[in-house]
Write a protein that binds this ligand. Structure first.
Ligand code: ATP
Ligand code: MG
Length: 804
């Protein structure tokens, strides 16, 4: 249909059009963010099908996430108006799972193989380390997991790895043995880990040319989005799939529909390959992604066509200029300047808060204003570097009655490790609660399985006593000595810590539980990013308990639990305009939003302190910042806090080094009310110092750029520089109640009914007048015009307010 065909090209610029209609040799599209790479890939698929140059079943498109795959499929179907059945649009991993399931029997597996997720892999590695006493060589689970993963991503199997290993080095010899055991255990379990999915598919294709030929014949068009983040194994998979299938390998083969293939005496050309990427957005080097795959594309695919896209259709000029000037600080890159015709747009808004709550409150207030100006919640996103940052955001969002979702993650109080830690607190506060006790009985693992639990429960049921009583009498149950000891150990901890429940500070109770049970130690010992994140979350909970006590000097454990249950219970509020999306910067790749809040733009978070020791770490973090900035269409907010409760302590935060890379005139700086120059348009002092000038400020700021010593410095702690102390004093200076609002009072306004016109008093915001009330029961929200604090939305049930 020529009309439809031309509609597919409508609105494209000449380079985009060229990319869509190109046929034949491999095609590489390199272009900056928002230039239409993904759109072009989508149009190209539709165009191939519409022009009958390809059947849907001949298309294999690779995206980075499942969400992106679903979106692309949907868009192709919208474009060509039919269900494009048989088309493979998926991630590398899901495509490989499909191939492996179909071919498993060819190479000694069964179709029903299991996929080990990273927790499974780690459990296995942990056992192997123990068996070999490998920790004496300094091996941790995550070190071993990381090295095995790296080897697999480089397509090194145990044999090839050990050929190059230096066995004179005992640590290396031990590692090879661990790698060998790990691999053979997986094989014995008929299982693949994540990295295997790709690597084994490559091995399969290399070892069985007949199998490879089937796929080489089937997929005539292979398209890869976010090509800059492919690793060597993924690259090799693409290589295998883009070889010409040999006729002799197809002889007698059975096709995907189960019918014998028709003879091929005429050789088929290799599949056509289209890859799109942006080396400035490569943010997965830590997983083995290799930017060289882009650089070397032209060498590996001679005669390939390269198309550059230079127009950005996503963002305003101000946002784009900020992105361009930040990324220009990375070496080793081809300079590419994006332009836009959208116009300057609003300035970027910068905000410095006293604390992360202050930062979160600012964001919530701005979102309310955006909403009032007509923006939908679904068009707003909040990004952060680490998951632990969500807690303050979630607290404030719930209290401000803003509907939100945590994308690719779990809400703070719904996270397993937080529920575990909370269950410990509940078990201590309420010994009769069997639910909490059951949850922690075997966390961390102490050998109390379901049978033991059932025996304990029976014992309790017999005399109508609690499960906790049964725990104390475990010696009467005739269980093995080891498990009996484990139960007694747990009972003792709960009893002893429980004895302090009414008097001790919640933070001390939690710390005692986490330490005595080995809970925190297990997480801390591991260097795995996931366990690290879990540990960070648990430490964030510790920070919550400390903060609670600061604001409620006499608050008990029970008060704390009451407060948290109220926050956790205020579940999703509905709004026809969707929900605000909260996600990590890594998750944000490829997406776009009208308004973007990029939070925690501080040294230690962005760049993250873990990146400091890695070669290329700060450059990769800068690309991450660039990815974040370029997600914004119209409005961009960069925010930071002067102090941040993190890792269980309050630290003084310094503005990120990346902020000074943005031209001053692009940012409109705002600060907390009460702070000097409120909305006065000045940037944070520390940042100002960094930009130049002389004197103590500058030299100190300079030193913070230097090494790990420059990251978030504990206030007043040993080694804290004069600068950090000065900053700490500055942070303490404004003695307002600003930061206390979030956890100020334990409160349940269960039956407080408000109506428009009522006057109220809020602990932090002062007096105000209710202008509207929406929702009912626990979801009732009051809109209040405060005399000095402006307009706020408040979830009535949990807000520290009284009716006047
Ligand atoms: P990223 O690098 O962030 O993945 P991208 O290069 O893949 O970005 P797209 O997401 O495809 O960019 O496009 C960015 C935005 O620009 C989208 O909203 C898209 O609809 C729009 N867009 C792309 N090309 C055009 C065009 N020719 N005319 C108008 N809008 C366009
Ligand atoms: Mg894209």
């Amino acid at each position: 249909d020529p009309a439809l065909e031309s509609r597919l090209l409508e609105g494209l610029n000449p380079q985009q059009r060229e990319a869509v209609v190109h046929r034949g040799e491999a095609l590489l599209i390199v272009a900056g963010a928002g230039s239409g790479k993904t759109s072009v890939l989508t149009r190209r698929i539709a165009h191939l099908i519409e022009t009958k140059d390809a059947w849907p079943s001949q298309i294999l498109a690779i995206t980075f996430t499942n969400k992106a795959a679903a979106e692309m499929r949907e868009r192709v179907e919208t474009l060509i108006g039919q269900a494009a059945e048989g088309m493979w649009i998926s991630t590398f991993h899901s495509a490989c799972v499909r191939i492996l399931r179909r071919e498993a029997e060819t190479f000694g597996y069964t179709k029903s193989f299991t996929i080990y997720d990273s927790a499974d892999s780690r459990a296995l590695i942990k056992r192997i380390i123990k068996d070999l006493d490998a920790d004496t060589f300094g091996f941790t689970v995550s070190k071993v997991a990381g090295r095995i993963s790296k080897a697999k991503n480089e397509l090194q199997e145990v044999e090839s790895y050990s050929r190059n290993a230096n066995f004179a080095d005992p640590a290396e010899a031990v590692f090879v043995e661990m790698f060998r055991r790990y691999s053979s255990e997986l094989t014995r379990a008929n299982a693949f880990d994540f990295d295997d999915l790709i690597a084994q598919t490559v091995y399969l294709f290399r070892a069985f040319p007949k199998v490879a030929a089937l796929y080489q014949r089937r997929f005539r068009h292979i398209l890869v989005d976010e090509y800059q983040d492919t690793n060597h194994a993924q690259y090799s998979l693409i290589r295998e799939l883009t070889r010409a299938p040999k006729p002799e390998h197809l002889k007698g083969a059975v096709g995907f529909d189960g019918m014998p293939l028709k003879e091929y005496d005429r050789p088929l050309p290799p599949a056509s390959l289209t890859v799109v990427g942006d080396s400035d957005q490569s943010i997965y080097a830590f997983r083995g992604a290799d930017i060289r795959n882009i650089v070397e594309f032209e060498r590996d695919f001679p005669n390939s066509k390269v198309i550059l896209l230079e127009q950005n259709y996503r963002s305003t000029q101000n946002i784009l200029s900020a992105a361009n000037s930040v990324i220009a600080n990375n070496f080793d890159r081809k300079d590419k300047k994006l332009f836009t015709t959208i116009g300057d747009g609003e300035k970027i808004v910068g905000f410095t808060g006293y604390s992360q709550h202050d930062e979160a409150q600012f964001i919530a207030d701005e979102i309310v204003e955006l909403r009032e100006a007509g923006m939908d919640y679904r068009d707003v996103a909040v990004f952060y570097r680490t998951n632990a940052q969500t807690r303050a955001l979630e607290d404030v969002f719930i209290r401000s009655a803003l509907p939100y979702r945590v994308i690719g993650g779990t809400k703070f109080y719904e996270r397993a490790e937080i529920k575990d830690a909370m269950a410990y607190l509940i078990a201590v506060a309420n010994p009769a609660d069997p639910l909490a006790l059951r949850r922690i009985m075997n966390v961390p693992k102490r050998g109390i399985g379901p049978a033991t639990e059932a025996a304990l429960q029976n014992h309790a049921d017999k005399d109508g006593r609690t499960l906790r009583d049964a725990l104390r009498e475990s010696d009467q149950l005739g269980l093995g000595p080891k498990v009996t000891a484990a139960i007694e150990g747990l009972a003792t901890i709960l009893d002893e810590v429980g004895a302090t429940a009414d008097t001790a500070a919640p933070a001390d109770i939690l710390a005692a539980l986490l330490e005595r049970t080995g809970f925190i130690e297990a997480l801390r010992a591991s260097r795995d990013p996931q366990d690290e994140a879990r540990a960070e979350n648990v430490e964030e909970l510790l920070a919550v308990t400390r903060e609670f006590r600061r604001n409620n000097p006499t608050g008990t454990l029970l008060d704390f639990l009451t407060e948290v249950s109220l926050v956790a219970a205020a579940d999703e509020l509905d709004d026809s305009s969707g929900t605000v999306s909260l996600m990590t910067l890594h998750t944000a790749k490829g997406l776009e939003f009208e308004a973007v809040f990029l939070t925690g733009v501080e040294e230690g978070l962005l760049p993250h302190q873990m990146s400091a020791g890695e070669p290329g770490g700060p450059a990769e973090e800068r690309r991450l910042f660039y990815v974040g900035i370029t997600r914004a269409r119209r409005r961009l907010y960069l925010s930071l806090a002067m102090t941040r409760a993190q890792f269980g302590d309050v630290t003084v935060a310094m503005p990120s080094r990346y902020l000074q890379e943005i031209p001053t005139e692009l940012i409109d700086w705002r600060q907390s009310p009460g702070m000097a120059n409120s909305r006065g348009g000045t940037e944070p002092r520390a940042l100002n110092a960094r930009r130049g000038g002389f004197g103590a400020e500058n030299s100190l700021a300079g030193s913070s750029l230097g090494g790990p010593g420059g990251y978030a410095i504990e206030s007043g702690g040993p080694g804290a520089t004069a600068r950090a102390r000065a900053a700490a004093r500055a942070a303490e200076r404004p003695k307002t109640e600003w930061t206390s609002r979030v956890t100020s009072t334990v409160r349940d306004n269960g039956d407080l009914t408000l109506a428009a016109g009522d006057r109220i008093r809020h602990v932090d915001f002062g007096d105000g007048k209710v202008t509207a009330v929406t929702g009912t029961g626990p979801k009732a929200v009051a809109e209040v015009q405060f005399e000095t604090a402006g307009r706020k939305r408040l979830l009535i049930k949990i807000s520290p307010i009284e009716k006047l």
